[in-house]
Structure formats: C-alpha cells, structure tokens
Write a protein that binds this ligand. Sequence first.
Ligand SMILES: Cc1cc2nc3c(=O)[nH]c(=O)nc-3n(C[C@H](O)[C@H](O)[C@H](O)COP(=O)(O)OP(=O)(O)OC[C@H]3O[C@@H](n4cnc5c(N)ncnc54)[C@H](O)[C@@H]3O)c2cc1C
Length: 405
Amino acid sequence: MTWSVETFLGSKSMTTSGRRIVIVGGGVMGSSTAYFLASRPDNEDEIIVIERDSTYAKASSALSASGMRQQFSTPANIDLSTFGVDFLRKASTVLALGDEKPDVGFHENGYLLIAGPAGEQTMRDNHRIQLDRGAKNVLLEQDEIRRRFPWLSHDGISLACFGLAGEGWFDGYGLLQGFVRKAKALGCTYVSAKAIGFLEKDNRIRGVELEDGSQISGDTFVLAAGCWSAPLAASVGIDLPVRPRVRSVFSFSCRSPIDKCPLVVDSSGVYFRPEGQGQFICGISPDPDPDDMPLEVDYTQWDEILWPALASRVPAFESIKMTGAWAGYYEFNTFDHNGIIGAHSALRNLVFATGFSGHGIMQSPGVGLSVAEIIQNGIASTIEVSALGWARIEDRKPVIERNVI
Ligand SMILES: Cc1cc2nc3c(=O)[nH]c(=O)nc-3n(C[C@H](O)[C@H](O)[C@H](O)COP(=O)(O)OP(=O)(O)OC[C@H]3O[C@@H](n4cnc5c(N)ncnc54)[C@H](O)[C@@H]3O)c2cc1C
C-alpha cells in the first residue's frame, strides 16, 4: 500500500463551499465520517451528526468483538482493513486532543483461520488475493501449525492461514469514543435526537425529520444508522437490504496457559480469542439466522455448540467456566453480506455507510475516509471501494465475500 492516514489529512478537498452535511447515526461509521470530513484543514462545511443515544447502549460499535483482519477474498474488503491497520497504529496521535492520547489497545496477535479438507482450496485461493493486496499472511501446513500452536488439537485440520502482522483485535468502544471526541473538537455538532425519516423533493433529500416534529435541513446526507438504517431508507422509497441479526458473545476463563493465542476461527465457524489474563471470548454465527429478533443472548449456543467445539479444538478448554455474555446486532446486508458505501443512484445527495455484516468496526477508518472523499470530491480516490457501491444492489450483482464470520 502506498497511501496512509496522513496522505488524506494533508490533502485539499475539491469542493469546500460551506455546505451542511447531515449524518444520521453517530456510531463508528457516522463518527469516522464526521472526523474525516472535519479533519481537512480547508474544510468549510458544517457537519451535523444526529445520534439518538449518546450512551451507545445498543450500538454495534459498543458491543463488537472488534477483530481486525485482512483475511478476506474481496480486494475492497482487504484494502479497507489495511487502511484500518494504519489508522489504529496512529490513532493515539491522529485522534489526540492536546496531551490526551486515546489508547485503542491494538493487539497484533494475528488471526488463525482453520480449514478442513472442504475449505483448503478456497483458503489457498483467498491467500493469493490477500498477498496480492500486500497482506502479511502465511499459510501453515500441519507441522508448522503443531510447532506454533502446540495447545491446538489438529484433528480435521488440513490447512491454516495466520496473520503475521496487522491482524488481531482492539478496543472498538475506545475507537468510537476517539472519533466522537475528535469530531466534536474539530467543530462537528452532535444532535441528541431520533430521526424518523428523510424529506425528499425533486429527487433530492432536503432534510431529516426528527421524532419531536422538528426538521434539520442540509445539502448532503449520510445514512449510517447501523442495523436500523432500512426504515430510514424506506421513508424515501428505498429498499435497503440491511437487517438486525443477533450475535451472542460469551466470555470464559481457562486456568491452563494458552501461549501466544491469536484470534482463532475454527473450521466449525466457532471463533475465540484472549480477553485479558486467563480470559477469553467466543461466539458463532447462528444457523438459522433470522432478522429482527430481540437483543437477547442465546444461551443454548454455549451448551450445545460452543463449549463442545472449544473443548474438541483446544483440550485445555475442557475445564473452562463461562463468566459472562452479551448480545449485539450485526447490521446484516442480506443481499451479499458486504458494506454499502456510496451515493444512491437517483437521490444523489444520499450517501450510504451501512450493512457491514460483522466486519464493520475494522473497516470504519477506511469507510469514513471513503465517504468523506465521495462527499468532498465526488469519488473515493484513496481506497478502491466502487465495488461496494449502491449500483450492485440495483443491478442485482452481489459481491461474493467468502470470509464472512
Ligand atoms: C457481537 C458483534 C461482534 C462483532 N465483531 C466484529 C469484529 O470482530 N470485527 C469487526 O470489524 N466488526 C465486528 N462487528 C461489527 C461492527 O461492530 C459493526 O459493523 C460496526 O460497529 C457498525 O457500526 P455502525 O456505526 O454502522 O453501527 P452502530 O454502532 O450500531 O451505530 C449506529 C448508530 O445509529 C444510531 N441510530 C440508529 N437509528 C437512529 C435514528 N433513527 N436516529 C438517530 N440515531 C439512530 C444508533 O443509536 C447507533 O448509535 C461485530 C458486531 C457485533 C454485534
């Protein structure tokens, strides 16, 4: 990669005419967008973020497992994450407020994706794409897996892919707070209110209607309301294929030491990673995976799927103890499980930043940058994200990502 965070921050925008940009949703996508819009030295636009809950109690950004990986099969997803790595490494500087430097706790312990016989060829194909995009991932054959991770059971493993750098996990809530605080310090206004719909006239969005009956007018609008985005799009007749889907995360303790544990994604679909000394978190995408369920932990997953799978992959996990659990929503793109980044085809002043289906928080710096460029220059020029634009939804041409977790 030849670009970096500083490349964008030092550049000039092509249009700085003092417009008003209204962002609906102040989670990590909306706040990253606000930060990138406001951070250019020549910015003259007024930036308003409408966020209904400043505690972010149900926001995905506050309930995320916050993993970072480049192990995708789609170039745009790999590039967005690679930009995210650069950003996380510099976050304490670029998001600093005077002497106050946010710590986003980036643990570069790697991801270890495990393939059984059925997934081996796909893993090799994906790895080639990742190397082409500059990812520092290696394929590990049986002997090497044994040498690096002696605490793993190797039953049913054909191949694994491991991130040597730029992969791991971080403090997603810390990143969100870093974006919010810096965006406010740069002059963005956060309005505490619930949006109930957009107002449209002559093929342009003119404003946002709030629950108290008031309206906020603007020139450009960003829809970044996470899993709650679809009803807002529906208010102007857009069928946005983004739905809330519940994901349960369980924490557990393990007395035996697990040396140099990365974020492991087993061939069964179960993932786990360390979360402090002797503590871990884990989860799995449920099957079936219905839309719009209440935000509640599905404890049957622990007994019936997770514990048995964990114990068979790591013998030391036979005597673990579950210590807690929480549930959050994926903002799931039911069309192709990828983010939607860019303007609507007819309502050109409505820009989407939603639908990231479980890989959004790692991509949030790259998405904020791309949306800011689309608004300021008409095109995202730093990262090639056009494949993730609205056109594919309209043309019914899904972008197939083989590594959705
Ligand atoms: C359990 C779990 C694990 C995850 N693990 C990972 C991971 O390992 N790696 C990764 O990259 N991603 C992961 N994700 C996904 C990631 O967290 C999300 O993609 C990301 O946080 C989405 O950010 P967002 O800003 O779009 O949504 P949110 O954080 O949900 O923010 C949307 C905001 O919009 C506000 N809002 C909604 N409607 C309105 C309205 N009408 N008016 C005003 N405000 C409104 C909400 O209050 C909310 O604050 C995970 C998610 C979950 C739930």
